[in-house]
Ligand binder design. Structure first.
Ligand SMILES: [Zn+2]
Length: 109
């Protein structure tokens, strides 16, 4: 069972109170973007067995979107943080690297 904590209202609850919204930190492609970049934005998603940064919504609570880092294989949650954050905060990265020392965020460049 997945237990999540909403970083907006600080409620900790079972997964059924939330709804997953896919990969976090997607970069939108503007009107000047290439067709390849737009295709990548629309269709290409990370699907790792391991650490994943995801969007979640607290549907049966405050209703707000947030980001969460978790391990898709073990269901370990490394932490959640506001959806307005453009990159995972340092305390989330530290929590991930305690378990996965070699993990690198692919969009970290
Ligand atoms: Zn909430």
């Amino acid at each position: 069972m997945l237990i999540l904590t909403c970083p907006c209202c600080h409620v900790t609850a079972e997964e059924t109170e939330f709804h997953g919204g896919g990969e976090a930190h997607l970069k939108r492609i503007g009107p000047g973007g290439s067709e390849e970049d737009f295709e990548r934005y629309l269709f290409m998603r990370e699907n790792p067995k391991g650490v994943h940064l995801e969007r979640w919504r607290h549907v049966y609570g405050c209703g707000k979107w947030f980001h969460m880092a978790r391990d898709t294989a073990t269901l370990e949650v490394f932490g959640s943080y506001p959806a307005q954050t453009l990159a995972p905060p340092d305390h989330i990265l530290e929590a991930i690297r305690k378990r996965h020392p070699d993990w690198q965020w692919q969009r970290a460049s």
